[in-house]
Each structure stands twice: as structure tokens, then as C-alpha cells.
Design a protein around this ligand. Structure first.
Ligand code: PLP
Length: 284
């Protein structure tokens, strides 16, 4: 089936979908994005994603030039035209097209691109065997709470991980604490059995999956601490995992050369995998 993308008011065949060479997203990474999961044709946590999109736009002073409702119509239509049942929607908004100049254009017109594609949730193998992550310095700016399309450090980290035969890179700040993965939030179960993930702030993205997992864990009575943790602590953890819209909850069984516990996904991790799977299937 041929794919269709929405670009600035038009639904175009994927191969013809393009933005202007002077789009500021292209020249300056002057834009933001969101990725929303689709399960059985339903958007997972759409409101939370759109709220975060509005937050990111606001922080960069890019105008949200349409209502949330109008944007949702475009998102649903893009999903429908691409016949996505299991997959993702990608939404990108930039400060639009203008003659190249670092400062904002006088009358910017926010540009919008929406794409959707079919994609399966993480395989049984990932869920049962877990994945490996590497650690690497966090080279990003101090506004990682904004979901900006400026992803070069994240791109380099992901490739570093792949080159090392790992699936993700956990970024480490100057103080030795883990911020997050290149496209995921990072979690451990500490030596006391507490579920630990970094507190919100400028060092990490406020993951929508992170929020859902915190709620699910808390309704199971799990003790949760939102705080930074070090690489050494992560390597000595009882369990580890990462979360995102596309990775769902993926167990981590190795960090650099250290095997986590017995090298298998932990009990709490596996429980949360199941709970989150049910959650996404019933979300809407
Ligand atoms: N952290 C970073 C840097 C990300 O890019 C992402 C997702 O793309 C996440 C965390 C997870 O966020 P979410 O759960 O909203 O997908």
C-alpha cells in the first residue's frame, strides 16, 4: 500500500512529500515533534502527547496555529489513509519557511508535517531476553525537557550503541548520573527494591510512557523514587529497563560489560511489561 503524508495542508504521496529548502526545521532544527503509538487503530495517550507538544512549542515561542481538535483531525486522517492499526504517528511543527536568518522571521507561519506508519510493538524476544545498553557522556543542551527536532547528540549516541552491538545508549552527566537514553527514559530497581527513575527537570524529556508506568507501578503499590542514579548504581541494580512510545517497556539486562542481576528481565520489569501492554490496548 502506498503511504501518504500530510504536509502544510495537503495529503501527499510519501515520495512527493517535501518541505521547502528554507524551512527552519531543516536549516536550524527550529522545530519540535511528537511520536504517538497506535494500537488497534487507537492513539495511545494522545492528549498527553498533544499537551507536551504545546509545551515544547511554547518554550520555543513557536505559534500553535490551530486548535488541538483540528490537529487531531489531521492525525486521525493520516492514520486512516495509511491504514495503520499497529504503528506510530509522527508530528513535526517548525517555525516555518523564511529567508535564512538566525532571528525569528517577522511573520512566521508554523509548518506542520504528519506521517504514520505501521510498526509492531517490541518483539517477544526483546521482552523475554532483554536488551543491552552502553553508557556515554551526555553532550546535549540544558533544555532536554523540550522535544526539539535538534537530535544530533541523540543520533550519535544511538549509532554508538549500535556499533557496540547494543540497542540503546544511556547518557551520563558530568556528575556521573544517568540522564536518559537517546530516545528512551531510563529506570532501575535499586538494592532495596524501589523503582527509580530520574526526576523531571531540564535534564530529561518528560516521557509519556514514563508517566503511564509511574501510574501503573503506583497502583500496584510499588515504592517509587524519582531521583538521579549513577552508572555504578545501575550496574549493581536488581533490575533495569527503558521506556518510550516505540520501545514500550524494554528490559535492560546488560549495561556496558556488566550483566544486571542474573541477566534476565526482573520480576517487576516483567510485570510492568504486561501491565503496560494491557494499558496500551485499552487506551484511547
Ligand atoms: N527521552 C528521549 C530523549 C526521547 O526522545 C523519548 C522519546 O522519543 C523519550 C525519552 C520517551 O518519551 P515517550 O515515552 O513520550 O515516548
Amino acid at each position: 500500500m502506498s503511504r501518504v503524508a500530510y504536509v502544510n495542508g495537503r495529503y501527499l504521496p510519501h515520495r512527493l512529500a517535501a518541505v521547502h529548502v528554507e524551512d527552519r526545521g531543516y536549516q536550524f532544527a527550529d522545530g519540535v515533534y511528537e511520536v504517538i503509538a497506535v494500537r488497534r487503530g487507537v492513539l495511545v495517550d494522545a492528549e498527553a502527547h498533544l499537551e507536551r507538544l504545546e509545551y515544547s512549542l511554547g518554550e520555543l515561542r513557536i505559534a500553535m496555529d490551530r486548535s488541538r481538535r483540528a490537529l487531531v483531525v489531521v492525525i486521525h486522517e493520516t492514520v486512516r489513509r495509511n491504514r495503520v492499526r499497529e504503528g506510530i504517528v509522527y508530528i513535526q511543527m517548525t517555525r516555518g519557511t523564511a529567508r535564512r536568518d538566525h532571528g525569528f522571521p517577522a511573520a512566521p507561519q508554523t509548518a506542520l508535517v504528519v506521517m504514520a506508519r505501521s510498526q509492531s510493538p517490541p518483539s517477544r524476544q526483546i521482552v523475554e531476553d532483554g536488551i543491552k545498553v552502553i553508557t556515554t557522556p551526555d553532550m546535549r543542551w540544558e533544555r532536554c525537557d523540550i522535544k526539539s527536532v535538534s537530535l544530533l547528540p541523540n543520533v550519535l549516541v544511538k549509532q554508538l550503541a549500535r556499533d557496540a552491538g547494543a540497542q540503546e545508549g544511556w547518557m551520563v552527566r558530568a556528575d556521573g548520573t544517568v540522564s536518559e537514553g537517546s530516545s528512551t527514559n531510563a529506570w532501575i530497581v535499586d538494592s532495596e527494591g524501589k523503582l527509580v527513575t530520574r526526576n523531571l527537570g531540564n535534564a530529561i524529556l518528560s516521557g509519556i510512557t514514563r508517566r503511564a508506568i509511574l501510574d501503573l507501578a503506583s497502583s500496584e503499590g510499588v515504592e517509587i523514587v524519582e531521583r538521579p542514579f549513577t552508572v555504578a548504581e545501575a550496574k549493581a541494580a536488581r533490575e533495569a529497563f527503558m521506556t518510550s512510545t516505540t520501545a514500550y517497556l524494554s528490559p535492560v539486562v546488560q549495561i556496558d560489560d556488566s550483566i544486571i542481576a542474573n541477566g534476565k528481565p526482573g520480576h517487576l520489569t516483567s510485570l510492568l511489561v504486561e501491565l503496560y501492554d494491557s494499558y496500551t490496548l485499552s487506551a484511547g
